[in-house]
Write a protein that binds this ligand. Sequence first.
Ligand SMILES: [Ca+2]
Length: 231
Amino acid sequence: MSRNVSRLAVLVLAGAAAPGLAQILNGSFETGLAYSGGPNIFLAGTPSPWAATNLTPDLYDNTGTDGWNIGGIPAYDNMFKGMVACQGDRFIGFAASPAFGGFNESFAQTTAPLNSGQAYTLSACMAVDDLGKAIPYGGPYSGRGEVDVLLNGNLIGTFSQNTASLTWESRSITFIAPNSLPATFEFVAQLDPNTTHASYMALDDIHLLPAPGACSLFGLTGLAAARRRRR
Ligand SMILES: [Ca+2]
């Protein structure tokens, strides 16, 4: 009897497991050295635990301490000139272009394991510089591109294109964790979906949180909503 009660208690505890402790670290890019020798467009400006997964995303630092300052990237015709970080002093810029055979810059980090079946929301600030700059470097960047979000290599949502130039806008997706494995979240720059023009976007203040009131049922609703938004 007591053994059965203990087993029941274990099952109840397992079913009521606390929300996953997985979280995005340094989601605002405020800490860690990005460029050991000063800003360099040929190096990835992705402070730990972020890492570039394709080509070289660029770090901007409004203080000019460890990245391009408020004047923007000189070689890119001062890309994101005057842009103040959405949160803190630093943010990331990255591009998609049909030039050079086509490329999509991307970066990622791996979190602690998610809770399988749990609904999560991934949110960020997003901006675009579509003023036609950086012609020798995959430009002119005149599009307002999207950002695909991948979880362990699988597309789980897309941050839709900005509605204005050089303006931070909130973007989020909701998804259900498919398993309890460590989660690698990857952000991949995409062309403007309407014009297919080259696009150079910025992200800042990236957060991962359990979806409010989430359980499996609500999670399924969130996934359905995310699917509807992607159509
Ligand atoms: Ca920041």
